[in-house]
Design a protein around this ligand. Structure first.
Ligand code: FAD
Length: 471
């Protein structure tokens, strides 16, 4: 086979964006290798919510925003414990990337969404969720003459004389001018999770991953072959899960009361999941949902405001875990404790009796919730039976440890220098998604934006054009 211009490993939103961007920037031969039998990876399963600043749909909704403001919010939320150059490039190019997707026919609902705890809404949801973004990009990529080879797992990257020069697939060496690693996370690989995500691993049998089986973390091998630096530790978004059945529940009903092992509340329960992840983690990673019979009835009657975030295409969502049928089943199974008084409940759940009683009293009496929870979610806990269920940060959504990249999408060596011919983008990289998940859409935004940047630079490097942070 002749030398290919750009080889891309993985056909999620990062890989497909890189492929399209490479063709737009002069690459003549681009091949995408995909390990799975279908395209799309985690991106295909995703809600298709994307985050950015300063894009057309945001302006049309009358929201003033800027990349600079996004960058400050992002870095402050993560106490600057990230790769600042890479995050800067992401924030600068995130808005133009959403415009670029729209220009390529990807359709988004016009309503803006608050993805996390930000003051400015920065997210939109794709019509038809992540599958529509993947299919839309794949159509464009194929129209541009790119071959997407499914069921082709890249085994190794060829590294010669200090540069990436191709890959090995099915034992065959395939040469290229540049290689873009877009192989996603490692959520399906328990061994890598034990090494890189100890706090999720500590959830034991409760822990489960919502993505695809091909999220095996092959990039750690690629990084070793290239001599690349690995960024991040213990990073990845985790959702609270009660260990009932493995259903994906992104938001918990806001009327829940969440207490730590001391029986104290520690957060506004209607907060975004990135906030619940960090605050629960700071409280030992284990917590208890406490509620009463009224809350159960209200959830059935539908007159309790349960969710702060209303996502397009999911307006009528019902909690898969916190509904009367499931609660009855789990009380029977002993996973939910129930008792006639709060004191008895505390004993059954192993929580301090005095503190749990004091917590419930304060919650019931409070005119103004100590954590700022909006009154429409606050339901007093007054009518028995009372319930308590242990929850853990067990649902793993994405992983955040991987090869470090420059703001130009180049893979860095252990000294922080770009490795010639090697690029990476999306969930596979470390240093862009931080300890605090800035909000829904952060990951898809990162994948599309860095896909564009990496694809562009991988293509332009062939003509000797210096890499840039712009897409
Ligand atoms: C159910 C679900 C819902 C989500 N919802 C959202 C959301 O709404 N918004 C948001 O921002 N984030 C969301 N996320 C997270 C987000 O979807 C992902 O982090 C992001 O899409 C990752 O994109 P990617 O292209 O980097 O990786 P992926 O989409 O995972 O693509 C990587 C591809 O590489 C392939 N691959 C792996 N190894 C190899 C190899 N050796 N050779 C060849 N191919 C290989 C994989 O099979 C996969 O197809 C969600 C995740 C899930 C699972």
């Amino acid at each position: 086979m002749d030398t290919i211009d750009v080889i891309i490993i993985g056909s999620g939103i990062a890989g497909l964006s890189a492929a399209l961007s490479a063709t737009e920037n002069g690459a003549r031969t681009v091949v995408v290798f995909e390990a799975d039998t279908e395209i799309g990876g985690a991106s295909r399963l995703s809600g298709g919510i994307i985050m950015g600043a300063g894009y057309g749909l945001q302006r049309e909704a009358g929201v003033e925003d800027s990349a600079e403001s996004f960058y400050r919010d992002y870095m402050n939320a993560n106490v600057w414990n990230l790769n600042p150059a890479a995050v800067k490039a992401f924030c600068d190019e995130s808005g133009p990337t959403i415009d670029w997707l729209v220009g390529h026919g990807v359709r988004f609902h016009p309503d803006l969404i608050f993805g996390g705890a930000e003051n400015t809404p920065r997210c939109v949801a794709a019509v038809g969720q992540g599958g529509q973004i993947v299919n839309g990009l794949a159509r464009k990529v194929r129209q541009a003459g790119v071959d997407i080879a499914v069921d082709h797992r890249v085994e190794r990257i060829l590294f010669e004389d200090g540069r990436a020069v191709g890959v090995v697939v099915g034992g065959e060496e395939i040469r290229s001018a540049s290689v873009v690693i877009a192989s996603g996370g490692y959520g399906a690989n328990r061994e890598l999770l034990a090494e890189h995500n100890p706090s999720w691993t500590a959830t034991g049998d409760w822990g489960w991953y919502i993505g695809t089986g091909t999220a095996q973390g092959d990039a750690f091998g690629f990084a070793e072959q290239l001599g690349a630096r690995i960024d991040g530790h213990d990073r990845g978004l985790r959702l609270l899960h009660p260990g009932f059945v493995r259903t994906f529940e992104s938001y918990i009903p806001g009327w829940m009361v969440l207490v730590n092992k001391e029986g104290r509340r520690f957060v506004d329960e209607s907060s975004a999941y990135g906030v619940l992840d960090r605050t629960t983690h700071s409280n030992g990673g284990v917590a208890w949902f406490v509620f009463d019979h009224q809350a159960v009835d209200r959830s059935t009657a539908g007159n309790t405001k349960a969710y702060k975030q209303v996502m397009p295409e999911r307006e009528d969502r019902q909690s898969p875990n916190w509904n009367p049928a499931m609660i009855a089943e789990q009380v029977e199974a002993g996973r939910i404790h129930s008792a006639g008084t709060v004191a008895q409940l505390a004993v059954k759940a192993g929580l301090p009796v005095d503190q749990l009683q004091a917590t419930v009293e304060a919650y019931n009496d409070g005119d103004h919730d100590a954590f700022g929870k909006d009154a429409q979610f606050v339901r007093p806990i007054t009518e028995g039976p009372f319930y308590a269920a242990e929850v853990r940060l067990a649902t793993l959504c994405w992983t955040g440890v991987g090869p470090a990249v420059t703001g130009r999408g180049e893979v860095m060596d252990t000294l922080g220098r770009p490795i010639p011919g090697a690029y990476a983008c999306g969930e596979v990289t470390g240093g862009v998604l931080g300890d605090v998940y800035v909000g829904s859409g952060n990951s898809v935004g990162n994948s599309a934006t860095f896909g564009r940047i990496a694809g562009r630079n991988a293509a332009l490097s062939i003509a000797g054009v210096p890499a840039a942070t712009s897409a």
